[in-house]
Design a protein around this ligand. Sequence first.
Ligand code: G6P
Ligand code: MG
Length: 226
Amino acid sequence: MIEGFIFDLDGVIVDTAKYHFLAWKRLANELGIPFTREDNERLKGVSRMRSLDIILKLGGHQISENEKEVLAKRKNIWYVDAISKITPAEILPGALPFIEQARERGIKIALGSASKNAITILDRLAIDTLFDVIISGNEVTQAKPDPEVFLKVAEALGLPPKTCVVFEDALAGIEAAHNGGMKCIGIGNKEILGNADFVVEGLNAISVDEVLALDYNKINTNKNLD
Ligand code: G6P
Ligand code: MG
């Protein structure tokens, strides 16, 4: 029985994934490293320092830990500047009604994000009260695909992992959910998020009842569902 829904933040509830991309792109340009939207898929859901490592590797750059700290800080300043201006208009279509519907059905609601800026974003959008539990990048040491963030959420909710469904827009996040023994709905493009149990374009494209009615055992052995 499904008892908890765990939401990633960037790219699932709020359209902040584009600001992460723009800030990383700006840094990559400065470093003379070619960086495409396709490369960016590998950064989604991944911690700040791990993302930087991926970009540096793309450019074949090797730099000291101190220099890495400086670059990560620069990227974060640009990113924080962008999110300081976000408005509720950037909440993704269907996200709020979906969460409210789930709450009404008695499902526990949590946030499991790799971002150290998660609380700033929730505050800015005044949506922190929607969640029973919030675990952000400040509370974890292991980046997705490690399941730490989702396991901490499940523990705080008091739920066994197998009763939780994770909503994720990132390959690393889907892997993290599965590594934690949870179900996972991919939010985005089916071609990219093939490792999810089920993929929808957004939370406006599925209802709570549909999520609860999915036969996850069947999906796991047959991912070619349309
Ligand atoms: C999210 C995003 C990633 C980002 C990570 C850390 O998971 O999908 O793109 O790198 O959080 O975010 P932060 O705000 O701490 O730099
Ligand atoms: Mg995300």
